[in-house]
Design a protein. Structure first.
Length: 182
């Protein structure tokens, strides 16, 4: 597996996730505003060792195997503090995911992070298609998909931390992404 690079945007640094990030993930992730629209596999209430277990048992092994790519999100002006996470996954209909701590939501930061990892997906990994599932009521996440030229391809039932909701599957092809990136 090649070393995962650090990615930079105008306001953010996306560093490859490590076990040292467990405390920062735990602090920012264990909030209802963050987890409610995530897959029901996320335990709630979030356990005190949830971040460490997730990193040790799931994220880091998947990164080592070259199936997933995870970055911590940090502000350029405060690089020591983890504020969120952006991920790419080599799974059918689930290629990108992200979350941001509550106090950083609504500032356009996730749009920046999402753009950086999407570029990595298409340019570095050379993937032909990006598909992203999301809970239909997750308006903020839907807006990111809409702003970036993704289209809704289907809706099915989904199990989320907050319950059963329609799950929308959004997609964009590499060609469509490259056209809008010009």
């Amino acid at each position: 597996m090649a070393t995962l690079p650090t990615l930079y945007t105008e306001r953010l640094i996306l560093q490859p996730l490590t076990l040292d990030d467990a405390e920062g993930v735990q602090q920012q992730f264990a909030h209802w505003e963050v987890v409610r629209y995530l897959n029901a596999l996320v335990p709630w209430p979030y356990p005190a060792d949830g971040a460490r277990r997730y990193l040790e048992d799931m994220a880091l092994p998947a990164m080592a195997a070259g199936r997933e790519w995870h970055w911590s999100i940090r502000l350029r002006q405060a690089p020591a503090q983890l504020i969120g996470n952006a991920s790419l996954m080599d799974e059918e209909d689930n290629n990108r995911g992200f979350w941001l701590g509550p106090q950083w939501q609504g500032q356009g930061l996730m749009s920046e992070a999402s753009a950086a990892v999407t570029e990595y997906w298409f340019k570095v990994l050379g993937r032909p298609l990006l598909r992203v599932p999301k809970a239909a009521p997750n308006v903020g996440s839907r807006r990111i998909s809409e702003k970036t030229g993704m289209r809704l391809i289907r809706t099915e039932e989904g199990q989320f931390v907050a319950g059963v909701f329609p799950k929308d599957i959004w997609e964009i092809t590499r060609e469509e992404w490259m056209e809008q990136s010009l």
